[in-house]
Design a protein around this ligand. Structure first.
Ligand SMILES: *[C@@H]1O[C@H](CO)[C@@H](O)[C@H](O)[C@H]1NC(C)=O
Length: 222
């Protein structure tokens, strides 16, 4: 029971990485795939064994959003880069976050940590040692527990969303729901989110309501 929430999240990450992305890239997107509810994503297993059901194709050209005015949104491109698909899965689990990335009137710089950064965390992003301290090992069981995990995951996701794009070098900013002032700068040829010194590896998408930056480590993880 304890792992229900976790496995749903992981399942959605696996489904999106292995099955849905190739579909999206191949323009075969049935309408329900855009849903934020991972349960509606049709499962298509490859009888030949594990791995993508469809070989990964070339990245598709920017495709018009089904939503507003034909502009491509962050929500359309979050799932494109497989090296950040764990984070993209978390965003899909948090409705307010995915709504923002689908909102043409709100720009966002998404700081998407590499899968490897999330995998090496000592705890899952929705686990908070204070919850275990206060509530014991069953902290994430039952309906309250799921709500708690969801709230923690929302904080984690929002700590990686800057409500500003373009985000100029040296400009102070704050992530959504976060009090810490941060900025970025180039130091010895490396772009760093400061003051934590998190390396910005690449800017992978620039679309009408913002950019997706891949970062090497997670933010705000005590
Ligand atoms: C939002 O982002 C777009 C695309 O980068 C940019 O043209 C526009 O000026 C930005 N809007 C604001 C309010 O920053």
């Amino acid at each position: 029971m304890r792992y229900m929430f976790i496995s749903a999240t992981l399942l959605s990450a696996v489904v999106s990485s292995q099955l849905v992305l190739p579909l999206l890239r191949g323009h075969l997107t049935p309408p329900q795939i855009r849903s934020h509810d991972g349960d509606q994503i049709p499962m298509r297993m490859d009888p030949a064994g594990p791995g993508p059901a469809i070989p990964p194709s070339q990245p598709a050209p920017e495709r018009p959003s089904s939503g507003s005015g034909g502009d491509v949104m962050l929500s359309d491109v979050m799932g494109r880069d497989r090296t950040i698909n764990l984070f993209a899965g978390f965003v899909r689990d948090i409705e307010s976050a995915s709504n923002r990335l689908d909102d043409a009137s709100k720009n966002t710089t998404v700081l998407a940590p590499l899968n490897s950064a999330i995998e090496k965390l000592p705890r899952k992003p929705w686990e908070d040692p204070r919850d275990y301290g206060a509530l014991g090992p069953n902290a994430y069981e039952g309906e309250d527990g799921q709500d708690r995990a969801h709230r923690n995951l929302r904080h984690f996701v929002e700590a990686h969303m800057i409500p500003l794009s373009p985000w100029p070098e040296g400009k102070n900013a704050k992530a959504i729901g976060d009090d810490q002032t941060i900025w970025w700068e180039v130091k010895n040829g490396v772009r760093l989110i400061q003051p934590a010194g998190i390396e910005i590896i690449n800017i992978v998408s620039t679309v009408s309501n913002g950019q997706v930056w891949i970062i090497k480590d997670v933010r705000n993880y005590a």
